[in-house]
Design a protein around this ligand. Structure first.
Ligand SMILES: NC(=O)c1ccc[n+]([C@@H]2O[C@H](COP(=O)([O-])OP(=O)(O)OC[C@H]3O[C@@H](n4cnc5c(N)ncnc54)[C@H](OP(=O)(O)O)[C@@H]3O)[C@@H](O)[C@H]2O)c1
Length: 346
C-alpha cells in the first residue's frame, strides 16, 4: 500500500453530494475512521436523505454529533465560501453533480452549471476562504467518451455528452487550481460503480429493481435503450475507500479507478435476470427514448496507477455485482410488501 496515514484522528471532512450513492458510502467510511463529517444537502420539497438516515443523529439528542448536515447548493458560491470559512474542513469531497448522462442531453445547461461550474465555484470558494484543505474531485470515465479502451490517466478526453463535457471542465479546473495556487486538489477518474444504493434510473439499478418487481408480479416489462454499450462496472463501497486514499498521499495527483473487466449492458442484464431465476428475453423491450444522441461504445479502465500508488485493488466484478444488487432489491421488496401487508392487516 502507498503512503497512507493509518490513523485519521479527529479530522473533519465536507462532502458535497452526501445524499447520493457515493456520498453515503463515503460518509460511513469517514465516520468509521473517526472523522467529523459535514454533508452538503440541497433543499428539496420531499426528503432526500434516505441513503444517510441510518447514520444521522438527531441534534436534539445528548452526545456529540459526528455527521452534520448543512443546506447548500453547488450553484450558490457565497454559501460555499461561508460554509468553508465556518467549518475549515481538512478534506473536501466534491461528489455533488447532475450525474445522469442521458438526462444531461435534456438539461445540458443545468448540467454544465452544477457539474462543471459547480466544481469551479467550490475551488474558488476554497481559495477565497483562505483555508488549508485537500479537495477530491469526482471525475468520470465519461470524459474519455469516444477514446478507444483501455483508458488510463494519459488517455486524451473525447466526451460524448453534456455530462462528459461538464466533467472535463471540472477536471481541468481542478488541475488548474493545483498548478496555479498550489492547492492539494486531486481528480479521481472513476469508471462506473454501482450498488444497491444506485439511483433507480441508472441502467444497472433499473435492471435489478425490475427483476425483483417481475418476480413479485408487480411488473412484466422492462424497457431499455442500447444493450451493446460496454462498461467497466465496480462496486461503489470499494471505490470510496480509494477516494480517501488519494487525499492521504504526500502529493496531489489524478487516478483512474476501474476493475479493467468489460461487460455489455446485455451481459449485465442476462446475469441479473438469471440471478432472479428469469429469462430476460421474455421481459425486455426496446425504447429509443433511452438511447443517447451520441453514444459511448466502450469504457474499460486501466487502474494500474491506483494499484501501484494507492495499494487499491477492487475485488467485486460485474457478475457478482449484478447478483448482489438483485439480491438486495428482492430483499427490500419483500420487506416492503410484508410491511404493507402488516399495515393493511392493522
Ligand atoms: N457512480 C458512478 O458510476 C460514477 C462514475 C464516475 C463519476 N461519478 C461522479 O461521482 C459523483 C457521485 O456519484 P453518485 O453515483 O453518488 O451520484 P448520485 O447518486 O447521483 O449523487 C449525486 C449527488 O449530488 C447531489 N446534487 C445534485 N445537484 C446538486 C446541486 N446543485 N448542489 C449540491 N448537490 C447536488 C445529489 O443530491 P440529491 O440527493 O438531492 O439529488 C446527490 O447527493 C458524481 O459527481 C458523479 O457524477 C459517478
Amino acid at each position: 500500500m502507498g503512503k497512507v496515514t493509518p490513523d485519521a484522528g479527529a479530522r473533519t471532512a465536507l462532502i458535497s453530494g452526501v445524499t447520493g450513492q457515493d456520498g453515503s458510502y463515503l460518509a460511513e467510511l469517514l465516520l468509521g475512521k473517526g472523522y467529523t463529517v459535514h454533508g452538503l444537502v440541497r433543499r428539496s420539497s420531499s426528503f432526500n436523505t434516505e441513503r444517510i438516515d441510518h447514520i444521522y443523529q438527531d441534534p436534539h439528542q445528548p452526545g456529540g454529533r459526528s455527521l452534520v448536515l448543512h443546506h447548500a447548493d453547488l450553484s450558490d458560491g457565497v454559501a460555499l465560501v461561508n460554509l468553508l470559512r465556518e467549518l475549515e474542513p481538512d478534506e473536501v469531497y466534491n461528489l455533488g453533480a447532475q450525474s445522469h448522462v442521458r438526462v444531461s442531453f435534456d438539461a445540458p445547461l443545468y448540467t454544465g452549471e452544477v457539474t462543471g461550474l459547480g466544481t469551479l465555484r467550490l475551488l474558488e470558494a476554497i481559495r477565497a476562504s483562505g483555508i488549508d484543505t485537500r479537495l477530491y474531485q469526482a471525475s468520470s470515465s465519461e470524459m474519455f467518451g469516444a477514446a478507444p479502451p483501455p483508458q488510463n490517466e494519459r488517455t486524451p478526453f473525447h466526451p460524448r455528452s453534456p455530462y462528459g463535457c461538464a466533467k472535463v471542465y471540472a477536471y481541468w479546473s481542478t488541475v488548474n487550481y493545483r498548478e496555479a495556487y498550489g492547492m492539494f486538489a486531486v481528480n479521481g477518474i472513476l469508471f462506473n460503480h454501482e450498488s444497491p444504493r444506485r439511483g433507480e434510473t441508472f441502467v444497472t439499478r433499473k435492471i435489478s429493481r425490475a427483476v425483483a418487481r417481475i418476480r413479485a408480479g408487480l411488473q412484466d416489462r422492462l424497457f431499455l435503450g442500447n444493450l451493446n454499450a460496454v462498461r467497466d462496472w465496480g462496486y461503489a463501497p470499494e471505490y470510496v475507500e480509494a477516494m480517501w486514499r488519494m487525499l492521504q498521499r504526500d502529493e496531489p495527483d489524478d487516478y483512474v479507478l476501474a476493475t479493467g473487466v468489460p461487460a455489455s449492458v446485455r451481459d449485465f442484464l442476462r446475469a441479473a435476470f438469471e440471478a432472479g431465476g428469469l429469462d430476460w428475453h421474455e421481459h425486455v423491450g426496446f425504447d429509443a427514448n433511452y438511447e443517447r444522441p451520441s453514444e459511448v461504445d466502450a469504457l474499460i479502465g486501466d487502474a494500474a496507477k491506483a494499484r501501484d500508488l494507492l495499494g487499491w485493488e477492487p475485488a467485486v466484478r460485474w457478475r457478482e455485482l449484478a447478483e448482489l444488487m438483485v439480491r438486495a432489491d428482492i430483499e427490500a421488496l419483500d420487506a416492503e410488501l410484508s410491511g404493507a401487508r402488516v399495515r393493511i392487516d392493522r
